[in-house]
Design a protein around this ligand. Structure first.
Ligand SMILES: NC(=O)c1ccc[n+]([C@@H]2O[C@H](COP(=O)([O-])OP(=O)(O)OC[C@H]3O[C@@H](n4cnc5c(N)ncnc54)[C@H](OP(=O)(O)O)[C@@H]3O)[C@@H](O)[C@H]2O)c1
Length: 239
């Protein structure tokens, strides 16, 4: 897709952070957007700010929502070219401190809902013969650290799915990519007692726009080029 003009993308987790920045970046490329997340007010404000976007609020763990998003894209815009599978949460904790209920809720958002969205999107892409699924993983989809094993596990699951899908879809016009952000300034870790930037001694995190720029780069490659994974890290982040 060298030219993204008038192509249509669904963006999950569009109400803040990486999803919102990616919505703005894809809109600047001329794309039409279907935005989803739970915070309807934030979504609607964003949709109003963009030239061609609709909001479909909902909880991504609702098993019906992925199909609703696809049908909303087809009804509003007549096509669906890209799914940016981004909604996520982060729970950490040691053996003693981890809240197992919150961890299981994270698994439902980061793995179950992301898998449902992926398969619903890919079946639509199969019907139309083309499409691009971008799954948001993490640097913690490539390595682990103490206290973050459960979160890393959800992102390893995204990596495994994305790589197997790449193999399954090789030779077709359906593409997949795992985007692996390093530490990015968003609301993901707002509930942590100590922000990871402090723990890691980082003075400068990535901005959500840095990830959005990588997403545009991935989407704008010519058809014969595949970027199955893209790791984007702050200059100071050693791990
Ligand atoms: N920030 C980082 O350092 C970093 C690094 C690597 C990977 N990531 C990944 O990047 C993705 C985006 O996170 P972010 O950093 O941009 O954080 P964020 O600002 O907290 O955004 C998370 C988004 O996910 C949505 N979301 C969470 N739970 C949801 C649910 N049950 N149903 C529907 N939407 C839900 C939120 O919307 P509502 O609250 O309105 O529902 C929000 O729009 C996540 O997959 C995260 O794991 C982030």
């Amino acid at each position: 897709m060298n030219d993204l003009t008038d192509h249509v993308a669904i963006i999950t987790g569009a109400s803040s952070g990486i999803g919102e920045a990616t919505a703005r970046a894809l809109a600047a490329e001329g794309m039409r957007l279907v935005l989803t997340a739970r915070r309807a007010d934030a979504l609607e404000a964003l949709a109003r700010d963009l030239p061609s976007a609709i909001s479909v609020p909902g909880d991504i763990t609702d098993p019906e929502l992925p199909a609703t998003l696809i049908s909303s894209a087809l009804e509003a815009f007549g096509r669906c070219d890209v799914v940016f599978n981004n909604a996520g949460v982060m729970e950490v904790g040691t053996v003693e401190s981890a809240d197992v209920e919150r961890i299981c809720r994270m698994v439902r958002v980061n793995v179950e809902a992301a898998y449902r969205m992926a398969y619903v999107a890919l079946r639509q892409f199969r019907r139309q013969g083309s499409g691009y699924l971008i799954n948001v993983s993490s640097i913690l989809g490539t390595k682990v650290r103490p206290g973050a094993g459960a979160y890393a596990g959800t992102k390893f699951a995204i990596e495994a799915l994305t790589e197997a899908l790449r193999m399954e879809l090789a030779g077709t016009a359906i593409q997949v990519c795992a985007v692996e952000p390093g530490l990015t300034r968003t609301h993901l870790q707002d509930h942590f007692p100590e922000h990871p930037a402090q723990a890691l001694g980082l003075r400068q995190m990535l901005e959500p726009e840095d990830i959005a720029r990588a997403v545009v780069f991935v989407l704008r490659q010519p058809a014969h080029v595949r970027i199955p994974r893209i790791l984007v890290m702050p200059g100071e982040q050693a791990m």
